[in-house]
Design a protein around this ligand. Structure first.
Ligand SMILES: [Zn+2]
Length: 391
């Protein structure tokens, strides 16, 4: 059998097309082992030539994805490009390639469907595509596209922190996600309006690979619930069902808006989270360590990262509206333990924070700067007004 030297498939056999994005790798034509010219488009998250390929699917994958592909060996047989390849294997890759695979396996991905990063349940995206073929047959999308979903999730108890099984119902018709404390209860424990619903994967905080933080507004304040399911597919289906419900809600609320305008509004990941120290409005109360979450323009602080609601919320407007972030604290400030201060100036008052490390200080300032540099949208003035009227 013809065996191809590993060199032929190492990066020296490919050239990067300098003008296309996502990057396109061209097989170098007329090399002795590749009697054809072929074009491969790489996954969008790759900017370098990958070390791995799935022989059975005919796609190149990155190191992290290769590990996920290994967990479904009946679908995807992974091989290093440094390995020795025989001619039939090379031809197989050339016959499919990432471009053609995308056209086949992603032909009917709903607009609302979340394309994950490596930190939020990417394995389920790979399984949905290649194992369950969900994006070739729309009837397989029913768990998240039907407009109604009900089932049980493990929900963290507000007071004792224990996860307990709770029934959840998502109904587009009712415009709400509800959960029930007792299985036969008629009245839900909480009704979360789709209008203000958000969900974000929080594996580290929740301690489950597909743990989901769901937030919603109640009386203009943020409420958190933390849920997971032992079957990751179930959790990802819930997440996409929430996105589908939000999508349809927004389509009605903003008729004429394009999918491209609505999709970024379906769910949002937090801009930054972590511990900082804070002091009170008089700046003489002493600094206390709190967990902070920057959710778009809402800076919230919690005693514990898994608290159901924030101890306080600060609205961060734009520079045009007199919001500023500065490194450091006013000279007279006392009582902090961490040395990397941040001062946020709002039209009302100054907020003083202290970070443990310089890197944290830099990251927080960058997060604040991002929203401060962005002009406020009309509806954000209404949100700002709610904050001003808070006692
Ligand atoms: Zn990857």
């Amino acid at each position: 059998s013809t065996s191809i030297s590993p060199l032929c498939l190492s990066s020296s056999s490919f050239t990067v097309c300098p003008i296309s994005f996502p990057p396109v790798f061209l097989f170098r034509a007329n090399t002795h082992c590749l009697p054809f010219t072929s074009v491969l488009v790489l996954p969008r998250h790759l900017s370098f030539f990958p070390d791995w390929a799935s022989l059975t699917l005919g796609v190149f994958v990155c190191q992290a994805c290769s590990l996920l592909h290994r967990s479904i060996p009946h679908i995807s047989r992974v091989k290093s490009v440094q390995d020795t390849w025989d001619a039939s294997e090379v031809e197989l890759m050339a016959a499919m390639g990432n471009n053609a695979a995308k056209a086949k396996y992603e032909q009917k991905v709903p607009a609302f469907y979340y394309r994950p990063t490596h930190t939020d349940c990417k394995e389920q995206w790979i399984r949905a595509k290649y194992e369950r073929n969900e994006f070739e047959f729309i009837e397989k999308q029913e768990p998240y596209s039907a407009g109604y979903r009900e089932g049980f999730l493990w929900k963290r108890g507000r007071d004792n922190g224990q996860f307990l099984s709770r029934k959840f119902i998502l109904s587009e018709r009712e415009g709400a996600l509800k959960y029930f404390n007792k299985q036969d209860a008629r009245d839900p424990k909480a009704v979360m309006k789709i209008e203000t619903l958000n969900a974000t994967f929080q594996p580290a905080k929740i301690g489950n690979p597909c743990g989901l933080q769901i937030t919603y507004l109640k009386d203009n304040s943020t409420r958190n619930i933390f849920v997971y399911h032992s079957d990751a597919k179930e959790m990802v289906d819930w997440f996409n069902a929430i996105r589908a419900a939000r999508f349809h809600y927004l389509q009605v609320a903003f008729p004429g808006a394009s999918d491209e305008e609505l999709v970024p509004k379906l769910t949002r990941n937090f801009m930054k989270e972590g511990f900082m120290e804070k002091t009170g409005p008089k700046h003489t109360e002493g600094f206390k360590k709190r967990w902070f979450t920057m959710d778009d323009r809402r800076l919230m602080y919690f005693k514990d990262p898994l608290d159901a609601y924030a101890r306080g919320e600060v609205f961060i407007g734009s520079k045009e509206n007199s919001y500023t972030v500065l490194a450091g604290l006013p000279p007279s400030t006392q009582g902090y333990h961490w040395n990397h201060g941040i001062t946020i100036v709002t039209p009302e008052r100054k907020f003083l924070f202290a970070c443990e490390t310089e890197a944290e200080q830099r990251d927080w300032i960058a997060a604040f700067q991002r929203v401060i540099n962005r002009p406020m949208r009309p509806q954000e003035y209404a949100v700002e007004a709610h904050f001003k009227h808070k006692p």
